[in-house]
Design a protein around this ligand. Structure first.
Ligand code: SF4
Ligand code: SF4
Length: 444
């Protein structure tokens, strides 16, 4: 066999930066960092620390970047989306229907994300397979709503899916300004959302109304309150607001962000029992504390006056805790795996558990965010430095080695010490809350 051919099959070389070894196996390249003595000792200690071993953990979240194409064209989209349907990557069938089988009995959540799950037949087929064979698993999907038509409405209703609609606008005019200048898209989304709510109500499952989100930027920040009112009028009690980082580039914009943020903090004070406003993700500012102080200056009575129209809409709402009880009761009847109250409110991309007296992010225990090319991370907000193919042995994935790799163990160890190096700045899951306050906030 010629040397060149042999290199194509297997080779180990230094990388250009000479800090890594690159192993090439049948065209799959895996990069290993060269370790110095200190790192070798650290590696040895971590790999031999029994407290960091979890076997195949319980309560797994499989966050699958299912496919990389989308039927929308959002101006703020930061994802690497392919527009040619034939060129897209899709999660390999072998992983979904064979390799993941040992994980499903231990999986609490499946979260297909990245790209639009509703536009591909494979997405629908896969979630129908999970619904049929593993009905106990909770499924959470994010959708732009354009293709959330009857077959999805039926599947989501039957499965008690947690659905997140990215709406971003109060009407078509703003949709075109902020999202996509295409006629007729916004009414389609709202129509699908309304049909879904109607179907849930018909089935007595109104408690499973979806959550909605809005990306806030220069084109729509002044409509934020109207967006919240529109959502509340549909009795949607979980609303997510994302600040588009483009909004905070100039001093003038900084004032707009501050104003929006103060409004949200004020609303949070008067609505917190009935509406969960999730706006602390990707906060592109470092003066949150200062703004909290400003928002805390007004008396509750003054805020009630200021937002009397919003309070009027929510006056007959169930409390979030009652909503959680109702969902839990229904989930139990459907024999679903339980959600914590924290997960109910915040979604399933990040999780907190009580560690040694304080809360810690638990993603390093049991969360996989995986791309179709095999790159993975413990969460969407960290880099993807590893590939699942490293754990393929005899045509199967060695899950014990995977979950107990140096990568997972090191993060487990760091998080236990509240070290979140490499994590998203201001990540809510990294917040160190005492056991007492955590229970006060999230236990019932
Ligand atoms: S819906 Fe999401 S993935 Fe699709 S274009 Fe918009 S931001 Fe990108
Ligand atoms: S703390 Fe880190 S791992 Fe946990 S959710 Fe935040 S960014 Fe992800």
């Amino acid at each position: 066999m010629s040397k060149k051919l042999l290199e194509k099959i297997f080779s180990v070389k230094n990388d250009k930066d000479r800090k890594h070894k690159v192993v090439n196996m049948l065209g799959t390249k895996i990069k290993f960092k060269k370790l110095n003595i200190k790192e070798k000792i650290d590696y040895f200690k971590i790999m031999n620390d029994k407290s960091l071993y979890v076997g195949i953990p319980d309560d797994i979240t499989l966050q699958l970047c299912f496919n990389d194409n989308c039927n929308c064209n959002c101006k703020f989209c930061a994802a690497d989306i392919v527009k040619d349907y034939n060129q897209r990557s899709i999660m390999p069938d072998k992983w979904l229907y064979e390799d993941f089988l040992p994980l499903y009995p231990k999986t609490n959540h499946i979260v297909p994300t990245y790209g639009e799950i509703t536009v591909c037949k494979e997405g629908y087929d896969y979630l129908s397979f999970i619904n049929k064979n593993y009905p106990q698993i909770n499924i959470s999907i994010e959708t732009n709503g354009i293709s959330f038509t009857n077959k999805w409405i039926d599947l989501a209703t039957e499965n008690l899916m947690r659905v997140h609609f990215s709406i971003n606008a109060i009407n078509e005019e703003y949709f075109k300004k902020t999202v996509w200048e295409q006629d007729g898209i916004y009414p389609k989304i709202i129509n699908n959302l309304d049909n879904y709510i109607k179907k849930l109500d018909e089935k007595g499952l109104g408690a499973f109304r979806p959550c909605v989100s809005m990306v806030l930027n220069n084109t729509n920040y002044e409509t934020m309150l109207d967006f919240i009112k529109m959502s509340l009028n549909k009795q949607l009690q979980i609303i997510v607001l994302f600040f588009d980082t483009g909004l905070c580039l100039t001093e003038e914009n900084k004032k707009k962000i501050n104003d929006c943020f103060i409004t949200l903090l004020e609303l949070e004070r008067i609505l917190k029992d009935k509406v969960y406003l999730n706006f602390r993700l990707f906060v592109p500012i470092n003066n949150v504390k200062e703004l909290e102080e400003i928002a805390n200056r007004a008396s509750i009575e003054d805020l009630k006056q200021k937002y009397s129209d919003i309070l009027k809409i929510t006056e007959n709402f169930k409390t979030l805790k009652d909503l959680f009880y109702e969902r839990t009761e229904i989930r139990n009847k459907f024999e679903k795996k339980p959600y914590t109250y924290y997960e109910e409110l915040t979604g399933v991309c990040y999780h907190q558990v009580i560690g040694d007296k304080y809360s810690i992010c638990s993603n390093a225990n049991n969360h996989i965010r995986l791309y179709p090319n095999g790159n993975y991370s413990v969460c969407p907000w960290r880099t993807y430095d590893n590939n699942i193919k490293e754990f393929q042995k005899n045509n199967k994935i060695d899950w014990i080695s995977f979950f107990n790799s140096y990568y997972y163990r090191k993060l487990r160890k760091n998080f236990k010490k509240f070290c979140y190096e490499g994590c998203m700045i201001n990540c809510p899951a990294a917040e160190k809350i005492s056991e007492k306050n955590f229970n006060k906030k999230y236990s019932i």
